[in-house]
Design a protein around this ligand. Structure first.
Ligand SMILES: [Zn+2]
Length: 133
């Protein structure tokens, strides 16, 4: 009894297509690996001298990551097309982050925060035999 040594909570990786409410799509197809897991994040807190904001592009599949300065009016889709052009022309520097657990769990948390989905829902523990007719 009580053999819960080093027991860790494991989150099951449920891949769900979450649609962020009232937001333009921020997930695109990755030109590097082809997976539709390329996310674009606009960090409006970071501005440069020209009033541009920092856009972060990262792929949740192959780990491609890059940052670029874009005009404030840019939406994620604009960033993506600009990134795609630069990528295809080879005029952009990017790095491949190794897919580590921390990265994926962070992405998961972001997703969860965005959708406010409760994963720890009350699961019925298979007590379905209480019904008699
Ligand atoms: Zn990729």
């Amino acid at each position: 009894m009580g053999s819960s040594v080093g027991r860790r909570r494991k989150r099951y990786k449920k891949i769900q297509l979450l649609r962020p409410p009232r937001r333009l799509p921020t997930i695109f197809e990755c030109p590097n690996c082809g997976a539709r897991m390329l996310s674009v994040e606009l960090d409006k807190k970071q501005k440069n001298d020209r009033g541009e904001i920092l856009a972060k592009v990262k792929c949740g599949h192959c780990g491609l990551y890059t940052e670029m300065w874009v005009p404030q009016i840019f939406q994620a889709v604009d960033v993506y097309s600009k990134f795609l052009d630069a990528y295809l022309e080879g005029t952009i520097e990017y790095k491949i982050l190794k897919a580590e657990e921390s990265t994926s769990s962070q992405a998961l948390e972001e997703l969860m925060a965005a959708s406010k989905t409760t994963i720890e829902g009350e699961e019925e523990e298979g007590t379905e035999g209480g019904k008699t007719s």
